[in-house]
Design a protein around this ligand. Structure first.
Ligand SMILES: [Zn+2]
Length: 123
């Protein structure tokens, strides 16, 4: 499996269930219709987040990992996802927009977590 496919698969398998669970636990009125809608929109966002670091810093050489592949950025992404999950979504839970944004951060998070398991790891 190519690296890009690994990131896409890892992002979707990690990000979509988390988005679904957060919706399930934080939505004031849960509905399967909205769940499907949220997951549908989130697929695009998780996908984008999962390949985003390699779009900015193209993996053309083994030393391509810079700021967007750093532990510093991983911390920022983690804090952002945390704030969206525990502050913004509980406040605006009935709106659709926080979930796909959250999905983007989860995709990004999964990319950096996967890259951190490689030999060259993160910066
Ligand atoms: Zn990468």
């Amino acid at each position: 499996m190519s690296r890009r496919l690994t990131h896409i698969a890892g992002g979707l398998f990690f990000g979509l269930p988390v988005v679904g669970l957060v919706y399930y636990f934080f939505a004031e009125e849960f509905s399967y219709f909205r769940l499907v809608l949220i997951i549908g929109i989130s697929i695009v966002c998780v996908f984008t987040g999962a390949i985003f670091p390699d779009i900015i810093e193209r993996p053309t050489n083994p030393d391509h990992r810079g700021l967007f592949h750093s532990w510093f950025m991983l911390s920022l992404i983690f804090i952002s996802a945390f704030i969206i999950c525990f502050v913004i979504i509980p406040r605006y839970g009935e709106k659709l927009f926080p979930y796909p944004v959250f999905g983007f951060f989860l995709g990004y998070l999964s990319h950096l977590l996967l890259d951190s398991t490689t030999k060259s790891s993160l910066r």
